[in-house]
Unconditional design. Sequence first.
Length: 478
Amino acid sequence: MESRNWIGGEWIEPVGEKVVVKNPSHTEIEVGTITLSDDSLVLQAGEAARRASRGWAKLTGSARGEFLYKMADLLQIHSEEVAQLASQEMGKPITEMKLEVMRGVHLLRYYAGEGVRTHGQLIPSTQIDVVQYSKRVPLGVVGIITPWNFPVAIPIWKIAPALICGNTVVWKPAEYASLTAVRLTEIFAQVGLPEGVFNLVIGKGSVIGNQMIEKMDVDAISFTGSSMVGSHIAATCAKRHIKYQTEMGGKNAAIVLHDADIEKTVPMILSGAFRSAGQKCTATSRVIVEKGIMNSFIDALRQGISSVKLSYALDPKAYLGPVASKEQYQTVNSYVELARREAEVVVEGANTIQKPGYYIPPLVVKGVGNDHKLVQEEIFGPVVTLLPAHDFEEAIQLCNQTVYGLSASIFTKDVNHALRFLDEAEAGMVRVNQETAGVEYQSPFGGMKLSSSHTREQGVAALDFYTQWKTCAISYSV
């Protein structure tokens, strides 16, 4: 498969550098080739989106919703094919990838329904014979920049609300998810969206992404990725007076108190930490355990990890697959080596795979302080650090000692501790007796501190970013 751009309702072949995409599960296998676009194409896409924006905004919400319903139906028809491609391109186990594609289907249908739901308010006026109301109106053109770790769900949970709100879209996917992005676009193009409503440009973030935020004619940017890039986007958009949304890093903690049901807790800790090879911004990276149960918890953790299967992405029994790329492999391995040098290895999974690939077995360590890199920096891989706590008070303090604030969970039978945790944990998503990952699509997604900017994704909350309020008043006594 080869990449191409979708601009103004036409496929446009770029003429830039070609990059061969290797299967991270078996690096001797080529999945396809992507051709990197130059920055002129993103400007062309922005112009196409601007030309289409007025006509798209004039359609009724119901009419826009019908397009999204058709997109959902077609994606479901091609779900197996899309899941297979995405698993081969970025290494997520096929079982997880199939669920992610279906999440994309559900997101499209969810936001299609928003086209006929209430989106304004009747406001009492202090004047006689005046009707006053407010309504949501589109922003115009939205630039969407997405990562590789959720190559289907994250783009759709941005694109779907942007479209239903009446905006046109220019989408720049991550390089390591570009083939999946092209296939999604091929599917969506079949529904007959008006020319320029939805556009795709493939290329490097340092080229296409920067041109999008610095020069493209755009009214808003929605970004998911690293904190460093997100901060740059926020600063650049602020200077241009462009609305921005940044979903960035996480260093998510799970607290395990002495009264937790360990038999039920350990599987959720393992799932939160090691599904998708830990490549989730909501992955469990720190586990804070009351000292009195630390030894028994570690014993249960060792037993649990013994059944965690590291395998190639298309193996339906794979618990976790490879990390997504050579660069990701090198980055995560640098933390693995650091852990082996400076921490105590509690348990490490086995790698028995003979195929060449970017495999990193699960690793759990302890014995480092709260200011250590393993505790404070986002690893984005299957590495977990255990931290001891005397009691709930110290546990919640350790949980909050991070620059991030995306997701956190607690495992306990004590309702008082559970409710205090929900109030006191400094994270945008807090959960009791559940893993840190896995927020449902109808719920607001986002964090505090350096994890997110000022708005939320998913659910009805997403509409706040993709619209602006207009207040209207009519005097009928004239």
